[in-house]
Write a protein of this length. Structure first.
Length: 567
């Protein structure tokens, strides 16, 4: 991350560390565009006026005065959120290893950054040695954490925060880390790649703090083995003690089991979610739309969006699609619909710079539609999202709930619309049986169905979307109670009826093998497909798979360079 620079004219003094030229900021009412950005943590929890004040930390000398001033004067926070107040003494005073349960948007990032930064400031600085490692499931969340860390260190520009995430230049990251890094925020795939470099491995020899944010999602996305391998590369905590923190929205058995591998015996469990408190999926109005066939899903989405827009003049929505290719297809079609707000797309196959610009623009806009995959289902806090549309079968119940959690935040109202084909009706019936859906009619406007047909006819996406659809639903054969032959029949029908393909799209022989569909009839198999028409966007794993942050599975081994697709 770029070092913080004080605005011109900022008064200078020595701070409690004897650091020269640390600026004492006068926080402007509205920062000018050209001023350095001080990133405020995204907090959606209501903060009680009786809550503990950050200034109180100075009385007990729990936190360096310069950091307290940064929080209260530069970031403008006076009182702590529940998770910050619940953890502050254990994490700051005693450096107790902790498994903390808190929802996204409750200030948990600040809760783990404060003890990490306090340790960094109290110990002698060791050039070239990383003090804090924070592991995040997605690139977007990693960048958000890094920005907040930079904001907290705004008056101490000599300390450096770096990111190691897929989708960026690995060599540049390597140089950045080796030039001196105090706090490293990383996604598992890219971090494991970097650990093959003995110089970077050596930079962890004095590690003071290890944080795993969104621990439940890290495990749900299949990172268990990667995390074990990463921890095995770090110094033996018996020889070099470190402070361990796991933050998670849910505490399932696999999270608790993993906590024993990362945290010291006798670690403390802290939860700020009161027993009996209603979750988002228990208080948000949710509508279920079931259509006869998969070909009817996209026209139904268009009709549903028009209906929702009539209810809310400031219509800001997220549409969740199962795969990157389907997200592109839905976005492309919605952009053709007159009267809709601007439409943008976000998934793991989009470049990191583009993803950053899209998320920033979506946050700032009051009327927009974002078509996305699970890459934004958790960890990202977008203000004032009025509706969440989920189109097609989610990966699992947790995915459905966390997607829905993008709306009705910070005490605001929100709505959820779930659109499925009849073949997918088992999911709400059995996986979401505790949710009271409002049943909606399945009437599809003729003009919406016609629009989809026209969009498909002029778009050169049939092969890509077909392969993506085939790969995604292949992963759900058992749940659908389908045979491979039934899967292919449904995919072919979708290609012809929904995508207006002139026939069954071609699919490469090697792709068929990877999907486990070798020998299944009625596939149009070819040896090679010209690159312009090649499918992609799905494969056997079903689009982006469980790793919504765009981190591919490890291929090869460490000795052979670990051919990981971190992008």
């Amino acid at each position: 991350m770029p070092p913080y620079k004080a605005p011109r004219g900022a008064r200078q003094r020595r701070n409690s560390h004897g650091v020269k030229n640390a600026p004492v900021m006068k926080r402007p009412a509205q920062p000018k565009a050209e001023s350095p950005q001080v990133v405020q943590p995204l907090i959606s929890d209501d903060i009680s006026p009786e809550a503990m004040r950050f200034a109180d930390l100075a009385n007990d000398k729990l936190l360096e005065p310069i950091i307290i001033d940064t929080i209260t004067q530069d970031l403008g926070f006076t009182h702590m959120t529940p998770i910050q107040e619940a953890t502050v003494h254990d994490l700051l005073t005693n450096r107790v290893d902790c498994l903390a349960q808190a929802r996204t948007g409750t200030g948990k990032t600040l809760a783990f950054l404060l003890p990490a930064i306090q340790t960094l400031l109290k110990k002698p600085r060791r050039h070239g040695k990383i003090s804090t490692l924070i592991i995040s499931p997605t690139r977007e969340l990693a960048m958000q954490i890094a920005k907040e860390a930079c904001g907290l260190l705004g008056r101490l520009p000599m300390y450096k925060v770096s990111c190691a995430i897929g989708g960026t230049n690995k060599d540049r990251e390597e140089r950045d880390i080796l030039s001196g890094c105090d706090i490293l925020v990383a996604t598992p795939g890219r971090l494991y790649d970097h650990l093959s470099d003995s110089r970077i491995l050596a930079s962890f020899s004095e590690l003071d703090t290890l944080v795993l944010d969104e621990a439940d999602r890290l495990l749900d996305m299949g990172f268990m083995k990667d995390l074990k391998d990463i921890i095995a590369c770090l110094p033996d905590r018996q020889q070099k003690p470190r402070h361990g923190m796991l933050f998670s929205a849910t505490i399932a058995d696999h999270v608790e089991k993993f906590a024993h591998l990362v945290l010291s015996p006798g670690y403390k469990f802290i939860s700020t979610i009161p027993a009996g408190q209603r979750n988002t999926h228990e208080r948000v109005i949710q509508q279920l739309i079931t259509v006869p066939t998969f070909s009817d899903v996209l026209p139904a989405l268009i009709s549903a969006i028009k209906s929702e827009m009539a209810l809310d003049k400031d219509f800001k929505a997220i549409v969740f699609a199962p795969t990157a290719a389907l997200a592109d297809w839905y976005s492309m079609t919605l952009a053709e619909v007159r009267g809709l707000p601007p439409v943008s797309t976000l998934h793991a196959r989009i470049s990191q710079s583009k993803r950053t610009s899209v998320t920033d623009a979506f946050r700032k806009s009051s009327s927009v539609i974002l078509v996305a995959t699970d890459v934004v289902a958790r960890g990202m806090d977008f203000p004032e999202v009025s509706a969440v549309f989920q189109v097609g079968l989610p990966a699992d119940r947790e995915s459905y709930i966390h997607r829905l959690g993008r709306t009705a935040r910070a005490g605001r109202e929100g709505r959820g619309i779930f659109i499925i084909a009849e073949a997918e009706a088992f999911f709400p019936k059995y996986k979401l049986k505790d949710i009271e859906f409002l049943s909606a009619g399945t009437t599809i406007a003729a003009e919406d169905a016609e629009l989809v047909q026209k969009a498909a006819a002029k778009a050169n996406i049939q092969g890509k979307v077909y392969q993506s659809w085939l790969g995604y639903y292949k992963a759900h054969l058992k749940a659908l109670n389908w045979t491979p032959e039934k899967l292919v029949a449904e995919a072919n029908r979708y290609a012809i009826d929904a995508l207006c393909a002139g026939g069954v799209p071609e699919i490469q022989k090697s792709t068929v093998g990877k999907m486990g569909l070798k020998g299944v009839k009625n596939l149009n198999i070819v040896a090679n497909i010209p690159s312009a028409g090649r499918g992609g966007g799905g494969g056997g794993g079903g689009g982006e798979g469980r790793r919504g942050g765009g981190e591919g599975r490890r291929g090869g081994n460490r000795g052979r360079g670990r051919g990981r697709g971190s992008g």
